[in-house]
Design a protein around this ligand. Structure first.
Ligand code: KG4
Ligand code: ZN
Length: 345
């Protein structure tokens, strides 16, 4: 089954052609990093406009990279949410129009489910039940999945997402956007024990995350030591290297600690590490060792936002006979459970 995936939930316009849920024929991603860089974060209005500018080109390229024609697809899968509403609507409207004109079925995909399926593209035999740590700029959650397309939320962040926490510190320090990859790179040269960040304890027994306290503590260190924003991420002082390394360490320790508790509670057969922050070298190194489990994570191109994961997640839904639902809408806060509840697609 050949599926066209379309993704536009945040600041990447993406389209991909995927065969049978795991054979990627093309995977095109137009990043908007340049547009948002000077603002230190994604500006929603600019993101929608960039999606509009890019979507036609990106979809055309997904086909021209393969030599296949539009009529060769068996169906389309598009991100329905969660994400920036204006951005989501561009991809969704485009996919609906395309499905209508081609007379092909279209299924909506939850972006988080897409991230979970990103691990299956390269590892189709991952065993259920699984526990997924979805960790990105917009999300940080632990999800238990007893069987395909059934999801039980285990934990979520109560404030910032892990990637957002990294991006914000990088912004304070003038290290550029997105901050995650820069902090990852600089931390290798810093001392992760120099600054102390206490891991918050949530007393109601939940496994939820909280990262905003790290940000406040980092700001206090910055003020106390009178650290000025860096002019360039290639000339960074020792104190900044140590600060970002300690901050990254605290975030990784938190992710590992909560995942370990979730494993004890749910006893999954497989652990998935997905979402943009799953690119982080310290997290990738620490995770399997600290958890003493086999951890599946996708290669970098499939870790950050892409449409191959949306096509992969849409494939089983289309196999059941997706419908060209032209009244589909996008939802900024689409819960993952909704996708499970709507298995009739
Ligand atoms: O999944 P993604 O592309 O978009 C969202 O759904 O949010 O994730 C983007 C996030 C950003 O916060 C970025 O800083 C972070 O992933 N990120 C990283 C690394 N590469 C990307 N964080 C830490 N280390 C990295 N190597
Ligand atoms: Zn994402």
């Amino acid at each position: 089954m050949l599926v066209l995936g379309v993704e536009s939930s945040c600041d990447e316009t993406a389209a991909a052609l995927v065969e049978d849920g795991h054979n990627i024929l093309s995977n095109v991603v137009a990043s908007q990093i340049k547009t948002h860089r000077s603002f230190g974060g994604v500006v929603p209005e600019l993101a929608s406009r960039e999606h509009l500018r890019n979507i036609g080109y990106v979809v055309r390229k997904a086909f021209s990279d393969t030599g296949l024609s539009y009529q060769n697809v068996d169906g389309l899968a598009v991100t329905q949410g969660p994400g920036l509403i204006g951005s989501l609507l561009v991809g969704l409207s485009f996919a609906k129009a395309m499905a209508f004109s081609l007379k092909k079925p279209l299924v909506p995909v939850n972006h988080i489910e897409g991230h979970i399926y990103s691990a299956f593209i390269e590892h189709p035999d991952i065993a259920y039940p699984l526990l997924a740590l979805v960790v990105s700029g917009g999300h940080t959650s632990l999800i238990y999945s007893p069987e395909p397309e059934r999801y039980e939320p285990v934990a979520r962040t109560r404030d910032d997402a892990a990637g957002e926490a990294l991006d914000k510190l990088a912004k304070f320090l003038g290290l550029g956007y997105p901050g995650g990859p820069v902090i990852d790179r600089l931390s290798a040269r810093g001392d992760p024990r120099r600054f102390h960040f206490s891991i918050p304890k949530i007393s109601d027994g939940s496994l939820d995350f909280s990262f905003s306290g790290f940000k406040t503590a980092a700001l206090r260190y910055i003020e106390r030591a009178d650290i000025r924003p860096c002019r360039s991420s290639s000339r960074v002082s020792r104190i900044v290297l140590d600060l970002v390394a300690s901050y990254q360490q605290a975030i990784v320790d938190t992710l590992v600690a909560q995942t370990r508790k979730a494993i004890q509670r749910h006893r999954p057969k497989s652990i998935l590490l997905v979402g943009g922050v799953a690119c982080n070298s310290l997290l990738r190194q620490t995770f399997p060792a600290a958890l003493a489990e086999v951890v599946y994570y996708p290669s970098s191109i499939l870790t950050t936002d892409n449409a191959a994961m949306i096509a992969a997640a849409g494939t089983p839904k289309l196999r059941r006979g997706g419908d060209a639902t032209y009244d589909l809408n996008a939802f900024a806060d689409l819960p993952l459970a909704t996708a499970a509840a709507r298995r009739s697609y």
